[in-house]
Design a protein around this ligand. Sequence first.
Ligand code: MLT
Length: 286
Amino acid sequence: MLAGNLTAKGAATMDVSTCSISLPDVSLRVACAGQGRPLLLVHGFPLDHAMWRGQLAGLAADFDVIAPDPRGFGSSAVTPGKVTMDGFARDLAALLDALDVADEVVLCGLSMGGYIAFQFARLFPERLAGLVLCDTRAAPDTPEAAAARLQNADKVERSGPEELVTGMLPKLFSPLTQAQEPALVEATRQIMLKTDRRGIAAALRGMAERPDARPMLSSIRVPTLVLAGHDDAISPPSEMRTFAEQIPCARFVEIPRAGHMAPLEQPEAVNATIRTLARARAPGAT
Ligand code: MLT
């Protein structure tokens, strides 16, 4: 393991262990901190594990926090072409095996990470202790949105991510964050710009064909939090509240003064909510 550190908003610089884990067909970079029930954090598109700096710092006393860069992102290896949400979810299971994590995990995914979390819940329900669905959607892309993603994938592969990043960045943060935290916005922009163009394209193609998660909502059996930034312009809170109502053990929580990047914008409020899952048990569990 290599020692590293991240500076989290509202927290001192903290030590985080990072390492590369070789899975059968890919090597993934993973940041880890703390001990306790495993909390697996899956970031949004096109970011990296640093998105979770506030959770790596603030939840290490409650959880064994594990924050990978999925394939194609951050310092993980890239698979060109297409990576489906199902494929990302299978990587997470393989990663848990490689890390010898046998306990059930609380899985927290933001946006694209949420799409992956739905597929993990479908494929590996026995590995879940809880779910946190942050600023994400259960509905698939409309045909028009899917077509636009495929076009964007080709464009990014050809010309790089600048245009995509310029279009996306203003939608990620609340007006308050944009006005008061330019350094946070700029750091996020830099991470997006550094992401490998083939990784971005592959994830765009995977997201374009992601399945509709709405039919599976009523079969989710673990304690679930659905967290929405009040000003989320990408995953509207009203839509998130509606899908939360379909999950039997879900609680919907709106995070004030936050947009699509709620865990990065308001880490303390998000952490306090996630902490409620540290000791939660699925209904009927002994
Ligand atoms: C994300 O934040 O992961 C993206 O907004 C997901 C998407 O493009 O649907």
